[in-house]
Design a binder for this molecule. Structure first.
Ligand code: TXA
Ligand code: MG
Length: 320
């Protein structure tokens, strides 16, 4: 780790107040944060990530009372979901507040709002007294960071401080729910299972995916979360017939894959727990990078609970 990392919240707050960039821990993935009200600071986020186009950023708050200063009327569903899941891995799309520059929302008339569940970051936001705009702290199109060293590897030279909060417990990005229209729509599967959300809001359709050439529907870029090595996703048995297993890595749920060398295997949860599997996904994809393999094969996970979000990320990784 570089010398700019540690647990010094006061220092992190000082840097953010002056318009600098701080990497922050959350329960999902690390974020690359700036003062959400400061357009020059927010511009640095886009530059650091090398995003080819502007993609709206999620604004992170400590508690709903802090959000009420910016949005006076919140939809009833917001309160129900907040009570059930916040702080936690859920992002709300709500009408935009004029307090935030258009750069944060990439010109949209809505904004993404999240209440991350990590004690260091919650304290940091309380000390700052302003919310933090933060995308995942990775270079554009790369796998999201789930521990501090992942951030320093890709963005060490771009950030002013790295608040080290240890490994991310959930390990997959927040679920995004759009509450800005008449009916709720899920824009991204993530850390809160779809079933749990539908228990509260009723059937919530998934937004239609768009191609990588149409970043207009945010969060829906198809090629994303790409590891350095090409990834095949789907029926493992069929895919294994096509390849040279010696130079292949595998990502599987709970069972080992015969034919693939042990060192190239990533079993995400030997005891068959999808929450545990999700927390190991990104770390496992990254761990292939330094290995001498030519291909990664990943199986389809059970389409339930966090398995849906895992399948979504693997599908996108395969397109990247
Ligand atoms: O778990 C997470 O959500 C992490 C941590 C750091 O909070 N953040 C994260 O940020 O995953 P990012 O930028 O990598 O992904 C945020 C997604 C983007 O796909 C963006 O398009 C979508 O949220 N988004 C943000 N604001 C939006 C808006 N106003 N309307 C639609 N989508 C929005
Ligand atoms: Mg991201």
């Amino acid at each position: 780790l570089n010398k700019f990392s540690g647990k010094n919240i006061a220092k992190a707050a000082q840097i953010l107040k002056k318009g600098g960039l701080v990497a922050i821990p959350t329960e999902t993935v690390y974020g690359l944060a700036a003062d959400a009200r400061n357009s020059r600071a927010v511009a640095k986020i886009y530059a650091a990530k090398q995003r080819p186009s502007f993609n709206p950023l999620i604004i992170h708050f400590a508690v709903k009372e802090q959000l009420s200063k910016y949005i006076y009327e919140l939809p009833p569903l917001f309160y129900e979901l907040y009570e059930a899941f916040c702080p936690g891995p859920l992002t709300f799309i709500l009408p935009k507040s004029a307090a935030f520059p258009d750069l944060v929302t990439a010109g949209n008339n809505t904004m993404g709002v999240r209440f991350p569940n990590h004690s260091l970051t919650r304290k940091l936001i309380e000390i700052c007294q302003f919310p933090l705009a933060a995308p995942s702290a990775n270079l554009f199109g790369k796998v999201s960071p789930t521990q501090a060293s992942h951030v320093s590897e890709q963005l060490g030279s771009e950030i002013n401080y790295l608040l080290d909060g240890g490994p991310c417990k959930v390990g997959i990005e927040s679920t995004i729910i759009d509450l800005s229209a008449d009916k709720p729509i899920i824009l991204r599967l993530g850390g809160i299972p779809l079933e749990a959300i539908e228990n509260i809001v009723g059937p919530a359709p998934l937004a239609v995916k768009t191609s990588s050439s149409n970043p207009q529907a945010p969060g829906m870029l198809s090629g994303h979360y790409a590891p350095e090595i090409k990834l095949l996703y789907g029926n493992l048995i069929e895919n294994l017939k096509l390849i040279n297993p010696v130079k292949t890595g595998s990502v599987s749920f709970c069972k080992k894959i015969s034919g693939i060398p042990e060192v190239n295997q990533r079993v995400l949860s030997p005891k068959g727990n999808l929450t545990e599997a999700a927390s190991n996904l990104f770390k496992s994809l990254r761990s292939f990078d330094p290995q001498k393999i030519e291909l990664i094969v990943a199986e389809k996970f059970p389409e339930e609970g966090l398995g849906r979000a895992i399948n979504d990320r693997l599908k996108r990784a395969a397109l990247g």
